[in-house]
Structure formats: C-alpha cells, structure tokens
Design a protein around this ligand. Sequence first.
Ligand code: NAI
Length: 703
Amino acid sequence: MTAHTQIHGDVAVITLDNPPVNGLGLSTRQAIVAGLEQAEADPAVKAIVITGAGKAFSGGADIKEFGSPKAIQEPNLLSVIRAVENTSKPVVAALHSVAMGGGLELALGAHYRIVAPGCSIALPEVKLGLIPGAGGTQRLPRVVGVEAALNMIVSGEPVKAELLAGVPGQKLFDKLAASPESLAEEALALAREVAAKHAADGTPFPLVRNLPCKHKDGDAYFQFARNMVKGMAKNFPAPAKCVDAVEAATKKKFEDGMAFERETFINLMWTSECRSLRHLFVAERAASKIPDVPEDCPKRDIKSVGIIGAGTMGGGIAMNFLNAGIPVKMLEMKQEALDRGVGVMRSNYEAQVKKGKLKQDKLDQRMALLSTTLSYDDLKDADLVIEAVFEEIGVKEAVFKELDRVCKPGAILASNTSTLDVDAIANFTQRPQDVVGMHFFSPANVMKLLEVVRGAKTAHDVLATVMAISKKIKKTAVVSGVCDGFIGNRMIEQYGRQGGFLLDEGCTPQQVDKAIEKFGFAMGPFRMGDLAGNDIGWAIRKRRYVEKPNMKYSKTADLLCEKGRFGQKTGAGWYDYVPGKRDAIPNAEVEQMIADHRASLGITPRRISDEEIVQRLVFSLVNEAAHILEEGIANKASDIDIVYIFGYGFPAYRGGPLNYANEIGLFNVVQAMKRFAKNPLDDANFWQPAPLLARLAAEGKTF
Ligand code: NAI
C-alpha cells in the first residue's frame, strides 16, 4: 500500500507512504480515497488526519506518470481533493518536511491545516514548464494573498512554513506545531477539537474555495506582474501562464478559474519546453546511476580531503568541500602559492558576505576547516586527494608517484585533468583501481557539473564513492569514459570548429553569438572563448595540427591569438572589454582581420541565416555526441544532455542537445547534415552522420 489508514480512537489517520517523497501516483491516490471511505463508514470516527510517512508530507505528483494514462486515471488528483473537501467529517492535513506541488494542493483541499516548523512549502510546477494543475493557482492566492501566491507560483521556490505562518491574515495554516516531533499528537488534538466544535455549533467545514480572492489594484498589478515575468522568463512559456491563472482566480468564479487552470495546464503539458524540462528532471536523477555499479555498492568513508595545487581550480574545488563541512588540506610547492590561493578563497567568501549571501560566522567556520602544507607526508590520512596542478603529464606523474608513496591504502586519488589520459595517470601508481578523474568546471565553486572520469581499472566502490560525495558537495555528476576531452570538451571542439567556418564564410562573431544566444545558450562560442581564454583552444589546435593533419580548421582563431587577444584576461579577444566589466564590445580591427583572412582564401562572403548558424552549431554537438554514445564513453543519452545544460549553458528548456535532436526528429537532423556536407567550405567528413544517429533516424527512433 502506498498510503495506510489507522484508527486512533475517534480519529482516522491516513498516512501517505510512497517513498522517497510520497508522490501522488495512482496507487497512492486510490489508497487515500479508500482511507476516506473507511473513515466515513466507521461511526466511531469523528475526524480525519492526512499526513505523510518518512521524509515528506508529499513532494507532489508522481513525475514518472506524466504523459501516461495513469496520470489522469481516476481517481485523479482533482477528484481526490474533491473527495477530501466533500467528506462529512472534518479533515486535518498535518504537514511536515516537504509539501510541494500536488502535495500542497491536496492539503489546500483539507478543512484544516497544521504544519511542523521547517516544512518547505512550494508549487514548483513552473520548473517543469507547467503551472500547478490541481487547484494550486486558485486556492493558494485565497490563503496567502495574491502577491505572495504569485511569487511562489512564478518562481517555484520553496518557502519555510514558519515564514508563511507568520504572515498577518494568512489562512494557509490553522496552527504551527511546536516541533516536527509533536506534530502527530497536535494534529490529533486539533482534529478532535474541530470535530467537537462543528458537532456543537453545526457550522459547515471551512473550504479554501469559498474564501474571497481579490487584489486591491487589480489590472494594474497584473500588468506589472506580466512585465516583470516577461523580462525574467525569456523563452519559457509557463511563467506568463502562471500570471494568467492567478489573475483568473481574482476575476472568475472558483469553478471557472479551476477550468481555466486545467486547460492551461494541459496545453502546457504538450509543449516541447515542458517535455524537455521533464526530460531534464528525470535525466538529472538518472545521472548518478551507473549500469554496472549497483546502488547498494559499498562506499568508502570520505572525512578529509587533500588538494594538490592552490591555483584557479584547486581553490574552487576546495571551497566545495569546505561548504559541505569537510576538512581540506591544500598542498603547493611554495608558501607564496599557498598564501595566494588561500587569499583568493577568502576574498571569494568575503564577497559573498558583502552580498549578504553568507554570514560571517559561516565564513569563519569554513576557513577553519582549511589547512595548508608543503609536505606530502601531511596527506597520509586523507581519504580523497584531488590533484589540480599544471596540465603537463610529467608534473602529473611526479604528483601521483608522491601520492602513491604517502597515501594510506584505500585513499581515492583523483585528477582534475581536462585533457590528459586518466589511464596513464592511474598507471603512474601501484593502485590504478583507486585512481579516477574528477573533472570540475570553472569556476569550480559555482559550476554544477562534474565529469567523473572512469579509468579502465577504476574500482566500482571508488566510482560509487565519488558519485555520492559529488552529491554532498552539490554537484551533478556524470560518468565519462577516457577519451580526449571526455564528453563535454570533445563535443565543444566540433562546435568551436563550426564557429570558425561560419566566420570564414561570412559571419561576424557577434552575429554567431547573437543567433545561438537567441536560441537560448547562456553565451555564444566567441564570448565563451573570451571568457575561458582563447589560448586554451589554441594550444589544443596546435596539438591537433600534428596529431590529425587532415582535420580541417579555420585559421581565424589562430590569427586572433597571434595578436595576443586571449580574451577577458587580456582585456581583448574576439571582443574588447573594459576593466571590471564583462560586456563584450565588438572590435572593428577583429572584423577587418576576419574579412582579410576570408579574402586571402578567395571566399566571397554570403549572408548566413540564424537558422543555419544554430543548426550547424547544435548539430555538430549532436553528431559528436552520437559517436560518444556509440563508443560507450557516455552511458546514456541523457547524461550528455546533463553535461551540456550544467556545464556549457545549453538552454534547459530545450533539454540538452540530444533531447533537442529528438524533438526536431532525427530524420530532419540527418537531412540537415547531408546538406551541410555539400558545403565545400565546411568539413564533409565530419557531417557524415554517426552510425548510431543514421540507424536511429532510418528506423524512426530517438536517442
Ligand atoms: P593554475 O595554473 O591556476 O594552478 C595550478 C597550481 O598548481 C599552481 O598554483 C601551481 O603552483 C600548482 N602546482 C604546479 N605544480 C605543482 C606540483 N608539482 N605540486 C604542487 N602544486 C603544483 O591551473 P588551473 O587552471 O587551476 O588548472 C589545474 C588543472 O585543472 C589542470 O590540470 C587543468 O587542465 C585542469 N582544469 C582547468 C580548468 C580551467 O578552466 N582552468 C577547467 C577544468 C580543469
């Protein structure tokens, strides 16, 4: 059973019990209705309490049911809520921990609500490209006011129960329990109290639907809200619909508002944005699953971390562990380097304090967990050591030999290398099974993505441990096999190559950037190059010219680097930069350089449409991803989507490159590639669809 009913004297307690978050799937809904019927039929029962077992009241709809017939099969959530409202005995919802989405909507159908402090309250549907679909947009404004409700619905962000309970005039909670532990007892007492009251005075049970819903400034307020949302929501359709639905709550009769909400919800459900965001939701949860590493695989204890190198990456990586309360020891070759690294970390934290994002005592606590050393012997007790030294195989060799010498047996030895062979690094030690890649993205204390690079000999429990620790430090980890560039950078190389060809054929950097930013990318390839440093790509290309002499490249980026225009760090790259600002200012000299180079190749520039720009950039990612998938470098297509959304600014509402390709239809993707292959200025070899892609397209399938 996914909910069970127990009789406590004169109160029936229906407990949702569908771990992990008591999702309101079909069997849970059926069990709630069964509980209500049992309580109705039992003359000894005078009142009903609905609560949740374990770690939640309810996290809401069961997302696995979305789009399946089960989601709407009766009793659907609307019918369950109606059944609660119509029960002839008073119903008290007892909320704790998490009451979100459908869970909150269910509670809003109850006659009374009691909440434990600490409970997170939210209607997060907007994050999945939806609006609440079981009365949330109509009932929440009636209990917390129009503005507070709209803020919650448009942002999807959780609010703590005690904050809401403290709002004057709120009708969301009838009672704030003293503590989570006393909630059950207090809920029973409240149920008995209200049952006695209604028996005595004969008044009807209070229903949220009967409360008034008005905003004093009506139209003016909603116009203001619409403008705000338009600015923030960019290409997302759902936030604007949240405003419409809440406005309907203030203007329509309750049942008409419900019908409006329902219709809007169903229309959004079938949009590509909603499908993509749901894909992302599932993909993020699936990323930590590794086919041959069972979830119950034993994990090693990580109580302390060593970090080698206190540079850009080492410092950022260290902050992640300090934030999670895990002590870090940083090692460098010279005291000055340590001092510099620690100074940067401290000033990063101080900036957060200045912005009010971090309390001073938290800063002190975190910095107190940090220690430094110049001696490898001090790392002998570390459970995990992450190396972030210069990207040179000789330096890595020296470091890993030292680690092998001093680290205790069972310590995990990780490298943050972005291009070097993790198997070669593992083989510098006598314990390659304990070696793994942990490829963080810059800035490492901010970017959510972590590529976990699995070497040929990496042990299962090492992988399981690293995946678990990545959750602790709030990263979304994806496993990659060993190859040049792993998943993300291997794909970005092809994307960058297309960017170069587009310049040669007639585009300006800003035209390319604008087109792909309009598509939804956080940043176009040239602004991104300026941010990361154009010299990094230059170094990789120089290597490629030797390794793959037949691979075609635009030389424009090399010419740029020869001018020393490495990007933001030199104040000039594809664009100019004013110190202290990140605005990219187009530069006439760079445009002339591109035009001159084009002329020297005898190319007559042509006008290239935004559509072609976007397709060439995105499909280059798709084709390389198909190779990566086929070679087993990535375990599943959704992992690649996660890498691109969390590491490269791919628009979330498009669900990642492979989800986007599925949405377009793989047949169409392949047709476009065939067209691009005919362009003599492009790379015909590259545009041969990867065998996996060709096969799926021919069979009418998806990734
Ligand atoms: P960095 O130059 O800022 O820092 C490297 C630090 O390592 C320096 O402080 C240096 O003194 C120290 N170091 C060098 N050799 C050492 C040794 N033998 N023992 C102890 N310390 C030593 O470099 P960054 O950018 O932090 O890169 C570090 C690693 O992270 C490289 O492998 C790089 O490929 C990788 N990486 C860099 C990214 C980036 O965006 N910067 C992104 C992802 C990975």
